[in-house]
Write a protein that binds this ligand. Structure first.
Ligand SMILES: CC(C)(COP(=O)(O)OP(=O)(O)OC[C@H]1O[C@@H](n2cnc3c(N)ncnc32)[C@H](O)[C@@H]1OP(=O)(O)O)[C@@H](O)C(=O)NCCC(=O)NCCS
Length: 158
C-alpha cells in the first residue's frame, strides 16, 4: 500500500448500506440480510458502524454494540480485493480506541471455529478465546468461539 493509499475510517450511515452489503455478500456464505444492517444502523442506539476507505472507496466495515459496559463487535469484513492490507486491523483498533474513550473495559466477539484467519487477526490484536457457544451459527450449526480483550491496558500496536 502506498502512502497515498492510507486507510481512512469514518462513521457509517444508511447511505453506505449498498457498499457495506456488497462487502458482506462477498465475504460470507450466509450473509446478514440487508434489512439487518438497515435496522442496526438506523434504529439501534447502542450500535455504531464504521467504514474504511482506501482511495475514497469503501473497502471494509465494522459494527459494534456498545452496551452494558462492553463492546460487542458484531461484524467486520474487508472487500476480498483489499485483504491483507491491514484494513480490518485498523477498523478493530478504531473501535477499541472508541470503547476506551467511552470508559468501556472489555471487548468481545464470536467467531466461527473454522475461521482461523479471523482468529489470527483478533489474536494479533490481543484477543484470546474465553468461551464456546455450541452450534451458534444456524446455517451449519457450527460452534462459535468467544474471544475477549480487556481494554484496561494498551496492547502493543494499539
Ligand atoms: C478476516 C478479515 C476481516 C481480515 O481482513 P483483512 O483486512 O484482510 O485483515 P488485515 O489485513 O488487517 O490482517 C491482519 C492480520 O490478521 C491475520 N489474518 C487476516 N486474515 C487472515 C487469513 N485469511 N489467514 C491467516 N491470517 C489472517 C494475519 O495475521 C494478518 O496479518 P499479516 O497480513 O501481517 O499476516 C477478512 O478476511 C474478511 O473479511 N473475511 C470474511 C469475513 C470474516 O470472516 N469476518 C470476521 C468474522 S468473525
Amino acid at each position: 500500500m502506498s502512502s497515498e493509499q492510507s486507510i481512512v475510517i469514518r462513521a457509517a450511515s444508511v447511505r453506505d448500506l449498498k457498499a457495506i452489503w456488497e462487502i458482506e455478500e462477498a465475504s460470507y456464505a450466509a450473509p446478514w440480510p440487508k434489512e439487518t444492517f438497515f435496522m442496526d444502523i438506523a434504529f439501534n442506539g447502542d450500535a455504531k458502524y464504521f467504514v474504511a476507505l482506501l482511495d475514497k472507496h469503501i473497502v471494509g466495515f465494522i459494527g459494534g454494540w456498545f452496551t452494558d459496559g462492553k463492546l460487542h463487535i458484531v461484524n467486520v469484513a474487508t472487500d476480498p480485493a483489499s485483504r491483507g492490507l491491514g484494513v480490518a486491523t485498523q477498523l478493530v483498533l478504531f473501535v477499541l480506541d472508541l470503547a476506551r474513550d467511552l470508559k468501556i473495559d472489555s471487548a468481545f466477539l464470536e467467531v466461527r471455529r473454522s475461521n482461523t484467519g479471523a482468529q489470527k487477526l483478533y489474536e494479533s490484536l490481543g484477543f484470546s478465546v474465553t468461551g464456546l457457544k455450541p452450534m451458534y451459527y444456524p446455517d451449519n450449526m457450527e460452534d462459535g468461539l468467544v474471544m475477549t480483550k480487556e481494554l484496561g491496558r494498551a496492547h502493543p500496536g494499539d
